[in-house]
Design a protein around this ligand. Structure first.
Ligand code: BGP
Length: 476
């Protein structure tokens, strides 16, 4: 008997702009992802003023899933997946974002893709907005700093829900909506909200305004979705990196509470339909006079999510730096290295037990079903002379995390819907824009310079994950 439920969703996760390619095909418009720079090792990506990157720009072709999806879905079936998490590129449906009518060719592409999945018993799990809003909405409206975005998003959501109402049950509104809490850097806010900051602007205030509009848009989408199909399960998607206190000094402990509030209040609004008290006080204390209407507050109460989707890659630790009673969290100053865990080549602190901790944190706070929609190990894979890829490090990482996920179910009684490891087929990294940081069980022959045959092959982890699924998580 498996610890996990009978119909547990075993899948893999990707996002449209990181694997589809075909960036200018089928009537697709330009998205923010098409105009980002490629970051180097350890250097985050930057935004541009709409400069389309060079011919070999990784996500323009990506792994060309747009043309290879039939052969790929067949491989996914061979792997044994019963679900496939991807996103719908907003720019395939509304190329500019503000059109009256959607683009039929884009809608048809996802119809065909979902049909192909369903043919093999693979259920599509869909994120509506995964770091790729139409770039036109940025230049014309300033992205999510503009209230008009709510209507554009709600319309996009309605069109998708209506079109795919019989093919998709599990949806998510905004990928890692809380990433933009890291407003100091350019990458996270831009990808999430299409916001480019001007010199001298109060970034934090703008971020909270944008986040508010997104949360209202998400709530409206949830309501629309439930009206279209009451069986829909519509979740939020939170980037979860638990922030531990560095020590048992009460000040570190309180700092950790405060930091968790500042990063995860988005979940409070998604789940409970209203702002938590600490956030109301914080906004007032800062003097942020946001555009929040009575109607917005009503909308929030009518659009609570059905489950919590989250990504989990790493944990953080935090130290109080004599902040006084406010414990205002500043990521760049207050996060410290955790001496108890190792880090990946990209400095991501590897902490399997943190997954069980995170699941407990969500469960105690919200008592909603959880769905682990991203988890994985980014590494540079070496090809052996015989062509094989022996990615034991990836297996080790995932095995350790699945063990903790099972403990959370077995010992803590946490309701868990499924598990979809990130980038199970190699794709373009979101954080760096490169190909060389790989997560896949399926290797794709393409390098950082955009060269390669695009041939797919199985890594060692492919057979391992196949066995994990077959045994419903018993054989790790
Ligand atoms: C998450 C994103 C994904 C993804 C993943 C890995 O934050 O939702 O889009 O790419 O992280 O990150 P990276 O690609 O930077 O290694």
């Amino acid at each position: 008997m498996s610890i996990l439920r009978e119909n547990f969703l075993w899948g893999g996760a990707v996002a449209a702009h990181q694997l589809e390619g075909g960036w200018d095909q089928g009537g697709k418009g330009i998205s923010v992802a098409d105009v980002m720079t490629v970051g180097a090792h350890g250097v985050p990506r930057r935004i541009t003023d709409g400069v389309l990157q060079g011919e070999n720009y990784p996500n323009h072709e990506a792994i060309d899933f747009y043309h290879h999806y039939k052969e790929d879905v067949k491989l996914f079936a061979d792997l044994g997946l019963n679900c496939f998490r991807t996103s719908i590129a907003w720019t395939r449906i509304f190329p500019n974002g503000d059109e009256v009518e959607p683009n039929e060719e884009g809608l048809q592409f996802y119809d065909d893709l979902f049909d192909e999945c369903l043919k093999y018993g693979i259920e599509p799990v869909i994120t509506l907005s995964h770091f790729e809003m139409p770039y036109h909405l940025v230049t014309e409206y300033g992205g999510w700093r503009n209230r008009k975005m709510i209507d554009f998003f709600a319309k996009f959501a309605r069109v998708c829900f209506e079109r795919y109402k019989d093919k998709v049950t599990y949806w998510m509104t905004f990928n890692e909506i809380n990433n933009q809490a890291n407003y100091a850097e350019d990458f996270a806010p831009f990808t999430n909200s299409g916001i480019k900051y001007q010199e001298g602007e109060d970034r934090e205030k703008i971020m909270y305004q944008a986040a508010h509009y997104e949360l209202v848009a998400s709530a409206q989408a949830v309501k629309i979705g439930h009206e279209i199909n009451p069986d829909f399960q519509i979740g939020c998607m939170i980037a979860m990196c638990p922030i531990y206190p560095y020590s048992c000094d009460p000040k570190d402990m309180m700092m950790s509470v405060s930091a968790m509030q500042k990063r995860y209040w988005f979940t409070d609004v998604h789940v409970r339909g209203h702002y938590p008290s600490f956030m109301e006080n914080y906004l007032a204390r800062k003097g942020f006079d946001l555009d929040i209407t009575e109607q917005d507050l009503t909308d929030l109460t009518h659009g609570c999510v059905d489950y919590i989707g989250f990504s989990y890659y790493m944990s953080f630790a935090i130290k109080d730096h004599d902040k006084g009673p406010a414990f205002d969290y500043d990521e760049s100053q207050d996060l410290v290295k955790n001496p108890y865990v190792e880090a990946s080549d990209w400095g991501w602190q590897i902490d399997p037990l943190g997954l069980r901790y995170a699941m407990n944190w969500f469960n105690e706070r919200y008592e909603l079903p959880l769905f682990i929609v991203e988890n994985g190990f980014g590494a540079i894979d070496e090809i052996e002379p015989d062509g094989t890829i022996n990615d034991q490090y990836r297996i080790d990482y995932l095995k350790a995390h699945i063990e903790m996920m099972k403990e959370a179910v077995e010992f803590d009684g946490i309701p868990l819907i499924g598990y979809t490891p990130w980038g199970f087929i190699d794709l373009v990294s979101a954080g760096t824009g490169e190909m060389k940081k790989r997560y896949g069980f399926i290797y794709v022959d393409k390098d950082n310079e955009g060269q390669g045959t695009l041939k797919r092959s199985k890594k060692k982890s492919f057979d391992w994950y196949q066995q994990v699924i077959k045994s419903n998580g018993e054989e790790l």
